[in-house]
Ligand binder design. Structure first.
Ligand code: SAH
Length: 257
């Protein structure tokens, strides 16, 4: 790849990140869903350490901070998101026990058995569900918990259009029983799972719809932006049509190995 290509790729990536910078969350989710998942986690105190992996600008991290007394570290690959994350944390006055750091979920800066809870909403797909569960387990204390959301098929069969779209976007997409088995095989006791309600997606797409118009105006004539927006819109249209067949699912487990 020439350095010109690289510069263009970075510029394009920047555009995508800016698109998501002002949304409260960068993936499907809600305060209610985060709180519901947190209710399955026992034993957190002010001595506990939570890691929120792929934390984005911290929509869910703030909910964790509001509903625990624990120390929280948000880890995020994109520095611009972490800057916004730390701003948001400061606005909420949680800076004494919540901190965002730039880091890679593929190479985490934690000690073995240091964490009481690993959280990751709409982000584990970046390294894959199975790999994430397997690689991250060592950082959890024995009896520590993990809570992640992952796109999943809600039944055994589905129309080809939606099957092919998601297989192509994320080949690890699978049914809930298979995901639970993967969790168990990775050394966790599956504690609970629930499907995120539809409003978690509609909020996500509605936030984006607001961005899209101004984005298209700001970058008028930019083919990359036009294609990106068209893709996001297509994904939203598919969701409207095929939401009965797939969803985001919270998977909560406890380290037992
Ligand atoms: N948890 C947030 C953000 C979800 S979007 C929310 O639910 O709103 C996924 C996030 O993962 C993005 O912010 C992206 O920059 C981040 N990410 C992607 N690959 C990563 C990696 N290897 N390590 C850490 N973060 C990563």
């Amino acid at each position: 790849m020439s350095s010109d290509d690289q510069a263009k790729d970075e510029f394009d990536l920047n555009i995508i990140y800016n698109y998501f910078l002002d949304t409260e969350r960068q993936g499907p989710g809600s305060t209610e869903a985060t709180r519901k998942a947190l209710n399955f986690i026992a034993g957190l105190s002010e001595k506990s350490l939570i890691a929120d992996l792929g934390c984005g600008t911290g929509g869910q991290t703030i909910v964790l901070a509001q509903n625990t007394t624990s120390k929280i570290i948000g880890v995020e690959l994109w520095p611009v998101f972490i800057k916004q994350f730390n701003k948001n944390i400061q606005t909420q006055n949680f800076q004494d026990r919540v901190q965002g750091i730039v880091g890679n979920m593929d190479n985490l800066p934690f000690e073995k058995e240091e964490l009481d809870l690993i959280w990751s909403e709409g982000a584990i797909y970046n390294i894959g569900f199975e790999r994430g569960l397997n690689d991250w387990r060592k950082f959890l204390k024995q009896d520590g918990y993990i809570a992640v959301t992952e796109i999943s098929w809600l039944g055994e069969t589905r129309p080809t259009v939606i099957n092919d779209f998601w297989q192509k976007s994320y080949s690890e997409i699978n049914t809930i029983p298979i995901k639970i088995t993967q969790m168990q095989k990775a050394g966790y006791l599956p504690i609970a799972n629930f499907i995120l309600p539809e409003n978690c997606w509609s909020n996500y797409y509605a936030q984006q719809a607001r961005m899209q118009e101004s984005f298209l105006q700001k970058y008028a004539g930019n083919k990359f932006v036009e294609e990106f927006v068209a893709q996001q819109r297509y994904e939203a249209t598919l969701f409207d049509q095929y939401k009965a067949y797939y969803g985001y699912v919270f998977y909560i487990g406890k380290r037992i190995k």
